[in-house]
Design a protein around this ligand. Structure first.
Ligand code: ADP
Ligand code: MG
Length: 583
């Protein structure tokens, strides 16, 4: 659809008194009024002028090479800022490209708004074959928390307000906002238009837990002999960092951070049970879930990993009431926002709080110290070809020296090993593939991290994961972002050594071009590209890139035989028993 010619549209209304405004201006003003500073998107019909005008109005508008990456950036911005990340796309195909990211944001409970232009409503609804015809609102609905369409310029203010409140209140999530092209050109009286805008007051109201629920939870925790706290990314999202620390330290209970909750307290904290994960999951008698779900990432709270059946009681702190009893019985549900719940718990613990028995905390500590010591020498190796331990050992030391840097991480082995090897020291410094394990989120996340925080970013990427969004190196160079990408290049998916069982000319399904030079991609756009073959070279190259703060891609050649199937979740990849003899 062509962008409406504002001058032409206006002639009709020239009899109206006073100055006029239009959908373009109202939408931009509504976003600005609500504190939107950045839009991630891809320009095109019918939103090209919207992006231009938003930029002219002082919003930072970052253009990507593919909507999915722009959407992933918006999702990450939502996680980092507690404000909805905004992604702007064109109609049908651009909308669909952005939709994966919107669903990803919703699954991760991160606030995001996907704003997509759409074609002529009257033509779409009669299915008369419009340019990029698609009933986008209907398609978005099942994939996000809420979906709205604005048809009248006078409703833009309320529509944007509704989208923002839906995204950030309660359990955060993705919201779709459908903007038919014709809406942007609609005109109305400027004064009335300004009066129609809505600034959302208290968009994510505190949700105070009931005093009974707090008492019940405290009783359960007090009765524990082997308590455990599990910190999830909901706790990281809540930005209640001091309260989380106080609760952990006052209670004296060992804690296990989920992947993106790492750094909420430093991984080197005395009470961290990260390296004793198997022991604490199996042995704990009371488990306090703090902004974490008992989904597949925690084996649904049952099974071998969790020790004897029904051997534990769960206390769950979550803003979403429906999360309770989702997989196992929750003995003490605590519905509320993390800050309000922790404030109430800490009040209740004041005075006479007894820390957990030392035989439990000592056992956890002993197991953890043994595991850390066992790994230490492996992480020091300087082997060529590099294995994961040597390469990640080098990066572990870099993050220890640069705790403010943001670590983006995706891949299979690259993800699983980095998660356990690289310690994090500060909240919300680790961004990874989230609840769905989406490959390709890395570049969008890295860009949002650099833009939203101004910090340097180290993106540790499997070669396969990087390939999903690799073209965004141009975006990184264009905006001169302080991002250092390290591609763990093992020539393939999981490993680079698989052989085609049929003996035909094609390589195996999981194998890529041998010794590909991803570093040259970065050079193509004016960034720095370096090829390294051992951990010492890797350490030097990353340090130089982080000091220089310029777009860099380091191609780290990893032993093609080093990885294992699906990283740590090989058990989720079904294997044919019958057909296996052919492989
Ligand atoms: P992880 O994967 O790290 O275990 P999940 O994404 O599974 O974390 O769980 C995050 C949980 O945190 C979700 O159930 C979500 O409802 C909850 N949550 C998000 N924000 C808040 C908040 N401010 N207060 C309480 N709970 C929250
Ligand atoms: Mg690989």
């Amino acid at each position: 659809m062509t962008t409406p010619n504002t001058a032409e549209t206006m002639t009709e209304d020239q009899s109206a008194p006073g100055a006029l405004t239009d959908g373009f201006h109202l939408l931009i003003d509504a976003l600005k009024l609500n504190g939107v500073e950045t839009i991630y998107g891809v320009p095109g019909i019918p939103i090209t002028d919207l992006g231009r005008m938003a930029q002219a109005a002082g919003i930072r508008v970052l253009s990507f090479r593919h909507e999915q990456n722009a959407g992933n950036a918006a999702a990450t911005a939502g996680f980092l800022t507690k404000k909805p990340g905004i992604c702007l796309t064109v109609s049908a195909p651009g909308f669909l490209n952005g939709l994966t990211a919107l669903a990803h944001a919703t699954t991760n409970c991160w606030p995001m708004i996907l704003i997509s232009g759409s074609s002529e409503r009257e033509v779409v609804d009669l299915m008369q074959g419009d340019y990029e015809e698609m009933d986008q609102l209907a398609i978005a609905k099942p994939l996000c928390k809420a979906a709205y369409r604005i048809l009248h310029a006078a409703d833009i203010g309320i529509g944007v307000a509704r989208a923002i409140r839906s995204a950030v209140s309660g359990r955060p999530g993705g919201v779709y906002l459908d903007i038919p092209g014709a809406l942007l050109g609609q005109v109305m009286d400027e004064v009335e238009g300004a009066a129609s805008l809505v600034k959302v007051i208290d968009p994510a109201p505190a949700q105070i837990p009931s005093p009974d629920a707090v008492q019940r939870a405290l009783q359960v925790i007090k009765g524990a002999k082997k308590p455990l706290i599990i910190l999830g990314k909901g706790a990281a999202y809540a930005q209640a960092d001091d309260l989380v620390r106080q609760f952990v330290e006052t209670s004296g209970i060992p804690y296990l951070p989920m992947s993106m909750a790492k750094g909420l307290l430093p991984d080197t904290h005395n009470q961290s049970a990260g390296p004793a994960r198997s022991l604490v999951l199996k042995e704990a008698d009371v488990v306090i879930m703090l902004g974490a779900r008992l989904n597949w990432l925690l084996s649904h709270g049952k099974g071998k990993q969790w020790g004897a059946p029904r051997s534990k009681k769960f206390v769950q702190i979550d803003i979403e009431p429906k999360e309770m009893d989702s997989n196992v019985e929750i003995a003490a549900p605590l519905v509320g926002d993390i800050a309000s719940v922790l404030t109430a718990l800490l009040d209740g613990m004041e005075g006479a709080w007894t820390k957990p028995p030392t035989d439990w905390t000592d056992a956890v500590k002993a197991k953890k110290d043994a595991n850390v010591a066992r790994m230490a020498t492996k992480l020091q190796n300087n082997n060529t070809p590099m294995d994961y331990n040597g390469a990640l050992g080098a990066l572990k030391r870099i993050i220890a020296q640069r705790p403010d840097a943001i670590l983006v991480n995706e891949g299979a082995n690259t993800l699983d090993f980095a998660r356990s090897i690289i310690d994090m020291y500060k909240p919300r410094k680790r961004l990874d593939v989230g609840t769905w394990g989406v490959m390709g989120v890395g570049m969008g996340s890295a860009i949002a991290a650099a833009v939203e925080t101004g910090q340097r970013v180290l993106a540790v990427e499997g070669d396969s994961a990087f390939g999903f969004s690799g073209m965004e190196v141009e975006t990184i160079c264009r905006y001169k972002l302080p991002i250092c990408i390290v591609v763990f290049n093992n020539n393939g998916i999981y490993r680079g050594t698989d052989v085609n069982p049929s003996g035909s000319g094609d390589v195996a399904t999981t194998v890529f071009v041998e010794n590909a030079r991803y570093d040259l991609m970065m050079q193509a756009f004016g960034g720095t590209g370096i090829h390294v073959t051992n951990p010492d070279e890797l350490r030097r190259a990353v340090n130089a890139a982080m000091d220089a703060s310029i777009p860099t891609l380091i191609n780290a050649a990893i032993d093609p035989a080093a990885g294992k199937e699906s990283g740590n979740i090989g058990n989720l990849n079904p294997v044919s028993i019958v057909g296996k003899k052919d492989l």
